[in-house]
Design a protein around this ligand. Structure first.
Ligand code: SPV
Ligand code: MN
Length: 625
């Protein structure tokens, strides 16, 4: 190591921190820490190993720094993000693109040199007076072909603590890396603080250096912008997967019980705040993961792992009736970080928790009284709509036994779902892989939610629920998905679900737990145990099968009238959706594959033919023949 680097490290790394870093014999890592120290100028550096002692230190620091406050239940803390820092900021998240790389106009990017100079200016001396925490993690199970080592530098103990709940420890793995340079790097600073929240959010930036597998995040605290290993790493992983021939997806993984002790694994892509975590936590089934999955072909099987080991979940509407398992965890002792909920007498309260909320308390706006308005005159809700909880999966009784299997779990089915009030039926199966990838995954639309900053409830195209995180041209990404199962004898089935279908009066047609029935139907389909009805958009369940499953899963009657209402094919709405999707690909995606237009065209022909014969709304009983 050059003497200057050594000198900088010795100055800033007191006690055993220098030793802990030097134990990892990796010049690229040392260089990264030195460059961050030079740029951000922290007072000191704390190197966190995988030891209980170091992790407990981070947890304590988060409280001592006032980033978290303990709540009444043992192990629970509350963290607040600033009033305007409550979701992922898509506009300020950009790829730093070298001159010789073309990402396409759909991806938010900035010239690499220009981005660098901007971010360097913003981060210059930004950690003065603070500690820089160095943390090591592993994306995916350890010691596996899925593993990716990561190092996070941050001046936020809240970010470092959250990552401890959400990711597998990686210090030991870094030891085994030796001098290997293939790890992801993240540098974050919350920036100048006022009342413990980022004060310069107008200068919030998340810049992704695709040439260096590195991400900068500054002037923000919200987890989706700061927890490097989450969506920022997903963007890097999508590029790595593209280079190496695997897939990185915005998907949960769930084990679904079938007859006897059969368990079939499903991976599902839903945009944020569309029931993804609730599906992964379905009562009676087992969770592998709720947000990000990697896929590889191993021994002629498509297999998947959860990239994470915890949940950063939306708390809104978590109530005993719809999400009994999550509710139980959030009201029992154990380590949990709540963010942006209402606190009253040391207890967290949130929208839709199933009981009346207090009229006053403290929330992300400070002291709160019912009816409080923001500066634009809009009412401030008791808890933010994107308020969250952070927990480790290891504390859950429903954690799947194979959740940490280095070879992952075999995939029986892929599911695409969105927030769609008027078009798709509650569940359907595609005719084959390509039909599913194109007409379900690549045609996914969803109404926007509070998970990202900006307007809510606007129908938006969201390719495989991964659009926000794509780091390669869209057509290329679709092709990678199409090609992925080439040569597999039994590729997974592909399904689409819609939990949000409404009737003409705007009432939801399904209960939130009905998804348990759809999952069982998909499980039986994956093994060829049930027949289905062909429609122009896919295969749908038969009434008699659902009737049995509603009784078996939910002990609920299910009338033929309900079935007809839910599964009536809305021909016109489906045709309109096809037109919208085609338009997106023709206008905005220069590398869309030809098969996409072929399959959308065929679907349009089938729908038009059916419409001519049976009208705009076709009952499943008619389709059954
Ligand atoms: C999502 O918004 O999809 C999340 C939370 O899972 S975030 O970390 O903000 O991405
Ligand atoms: Mn997500």
């Amino acid at each position: 190591m050059c003497p200057k680097v050594e000198q900088i490290l010795q100055d800033k790394l007191n006690g055993d921190n220098y030793e802990k870093l030097m134990c990892l014999n990796n010049p690229k890592l040392h260089q990264f820490v030195v460059q961050a120290v030079e740029l951000c100028n922290p007072d000191s550096v704390f190197v966190c190993t995988d030891s209980e002692e170091d992790i407990a230190h981070i947890r304590r620091q988060a409280v001592e720094n006032n980033e978290e406050t303990p709540l009444a239940i043992d192990g629970h803390t509350i963290h607040f993000d600033g009033f305007s820092d409550q979701g992922r900021d898509k506009k300020a998240t950009k790829y730093l693109v070298p001159k010789d790389i073309e990402l396409g106009s759909n991806l938010n990017s900035i010239d690499r040199d220009q981005g660098f100079s901007e971010i360097h200016k913003l981060m210059k001396g930004i950690m003065q007076g603070r500690v820089m925490y160095v943390r090591f993690f592993c994306l995916g199970p350890r010691n596996s072909q899925f593993s990716i080592s990561c190092v996070q530098l941050t001046d936020s103990a809240y970010v470092a603590h959250s990552e401890d709940l959400l990711y597998r420890p990686g210090y030991q793995q870094f030891k085994q890396l030796g001098g290997d340079e293939g790890f992801f790097r993240f540098l974050h600073s919350a920036g100048r603080l006022e009342n413990n929240v980022s004060a310069d959010v107008a200068n919030r930036r998340m810049y992704i250096d695709i040439a260096e597998d590195m991400v900068y995040s500054v002037n923000t605290q919200y987890g989706g912008n700061t927890i490097g290993l989450k969506k920022l790493a997903l963007r890097l992983a999508i590029r790595k997967a593209d280079r190496e021939g695997w897939l990185a997806e915005h998907m949960f993984i769930l084990g679904v019980g079938g007859p006897g002790d059969r368990v079939t694994y499903f991976a599902g892509a839903f945009p944020s705040a569309c029931g993804k975590t609730s599906t992964a936590m379905l009562p009676g089934e087992t969770i592998v993961g709720d947000d990000i999955a990697y896929f590889r072909i191993i021994d002629n099987q498509m297999r998947t792992v959860n990239v994470e080991s915890g949940i950063f979940g939306i708390i809104r509407d978590v109530c005993p009736q719809d999400d009994p398992l999550i509710y139980q965890v959030l009201t029992s002792p154990g380590e949990a970080i709540f963010s942006n909920v209402l606190i009253k007498d040391g207890r967290p309260c949130w929208l839709g928790m199933g009981c009346d909320l207090p009229e006053e308390g403290v929330n992300h706006s400070g002291k709160w009284l019912a009816g409080k308005k923001d500066k634009d005159g809009n009412e401030i809700t008791a808890s933010h709509k994107n308020a969250r909880y952070t927990i480790a999966l290891k504390n859950l009784a429903n954690l799947d036994q194979r959740a940490n299997d280095p070879n992952g779990v075999p995939v029986g089915g892929i599911i695409y779902g969105g927030r769609d009030s008027d078009t798709s039926v509650p569940v359907q199966q595609s005719f084959d892989w390509a039909h599913g990838i194109i007409t379900m995954g690549a045609s996914l639309e969803s109404e926007t939610t509070a998970a990202t900053l900006g307007a809510e409830g606007v129908r938006a195209f969201n390719l495989m629920s991964n659009l926000d995180f794509l780091a390669i041209p869209l057509g290329r990404y679709i092709n990678n998905n199409l090609q992925f199962i080439k040569g597999l004898e039994n590729p997974p089935l592909v399904f689409a679900v819609n939990y949000f279908l409404k009737d003409a009066d705007g009432e939801y047609l399904n209960g939130m737990l009905d998804k348990g029935v759809w999952m069982k139907w998909m499980e039986l389909r994956a093994h060829g145990d049930l027949d289905a009805i062909d429609t122009p958009t896919g295969m749908i369940p038969r009434y008699e099968d659902l009737n049995k499953l509603f009784k078996q899963v939910l002990n609920k009657p299910y009338s033929q009238e309900q079935y007809v209402q839910q599964f009536t094919l809305r021909v016109e709405e489906n045709l309109k959706k096809l037109a919208r999707i085609e338009n997106v690909y023709r206008k905005d995606v220069s590398d869309a594959p030809a098969i996409l237009f072929d399959l959308l065209g065929q679907q349009r022909d089938r729908l038009e033919k059916l419409g001519q014969k049976h009208g705009k709304y076709v009952s499943p009983l008619v389709l059954q023949g």
